[in-house]
Design a protein around this ligand. Structure first.
Ligand SMILES: Cc1cc2nc3c(=O)[nH]c(=O)nc-3n(C[C@H](O)[C@H](O)[C@H](O)COP(=O)(O)O)c2cc1C
Length: 243
């Protein structure tokens, strides 16, 4: 698998088979991902990788608080800025609608939507969950380093035939997570990363996840001329990313 294939076939997988994942495979991935770049080579990422009984204990602890709804939420950072609007807010809502559409859960069916949201806290059935944390004093540049590290891991997982789902949702239960596993007090809990083998039959793993046209993200100066990407490239890329 080359890098383009890894990028094209990675998606947030939300239904996994129960096939266990070898520690040796994960060690290979994490060892390689240590090559991810970071400002000043600070490497501010920390992960706690759970499987088996420790993961089940965490899932059981969160299940106790699910019926309390938002009252039980206590994230250590704001997952989305309150100002989020325009295209950003539209994309956020859009992906939810795409997903619930694939699951055939209508907007009015709040209990079904909540039940699906709760699948986050079963790691979507994945056999492995990594909990990601970093010292509390780290700022946006170091958080962005962690993002690059996570993407490196997610792409390397594809090379091993594995899939993943990054999950900020776990952040709402930071205190409950701390009850079950040791995360240093002077570290902030960022997110989970579910890891496992994709269930290829699950519709939730098959809906199209749109992306903004390039012009909304990238501006050019000094290149002259028009787009060089070419129709052939775009057609092939769209085919590759339609999974
Ligand atoms: C840091 C981060 C946190 C995320 N948290 C969640 C989450 O809690 N639950 C979830 O279902 N998806 C989560 N996602 C997945 C995004 O919804 C997904 O990346 C986005 O919709 C693009 O889809 P794709 O990853 O399938 O390409 C998260 C993604 C990132 C990068």
């Amino acid at each position: 698998m080359n890098v383009s294939e890894a990028v094209a076939t990675r998606r947030s997988v939300r239904a996994f088979t129960d096939q266990p994942v070898d520690r040796a495979v994960l060690e290979r991935v994490f060892e390689k991902a240590q090559r991810a770049p970071s400002g000043g080579n600070t490497q501010p990422w920390h992960g706690l990788v759970l499987t088996g009984e420790p993961l089940q204990r965490l899932i059981a602890r969160i299940a106790l608080d699910l019926p309390r709804g938002r009252e039980a939420f206590a994230p250590e950072y704001r997952v989305y800025p309150p100002e989020l609007d325009g295209a950003y807010e539209e994309r956020r809502r859009g992906i939810g609608e795409e997903m619930y559409g694939a699951l055939r859960i209508p907007r009015e069916d709040k209990p079904a939507r909540l039940a699906w949201f709760a699948r986050n806290f079963q790691a979507f059935g994945a056999p492995v969950l990594m909990l990601v944390h970093t010292p509390r004093y780290m700022g946006p540049p170091q958080w962005s380093d962690i993002g690059g590290w996570l993407q490196t891991i997610m792409l390397l997982l594809r090379e091993e035939g594995l899939d993943s789902c990054p999950q900020e949702a776990w952040a709402v239960y930071a205190p409950q997570i701390r009850e079950v596993v040791a995360i240093p007090e002077d570290h902030i809990f960022f997110c989970g990363l579910s890891i496992g083998y994709r269930d290829p039959r699950a519709p939730v793993n098959a809906f199209p996840v749109p992306r903004a046209p390039l012009g909304e993200s990238i501006r050019w100066r000094g290149f002259g001329g028009k787009s060089c990407a070419g129709r052939n490239f775009l057609a092939r890329w769209r085919l590759l990313t339609r999974h």
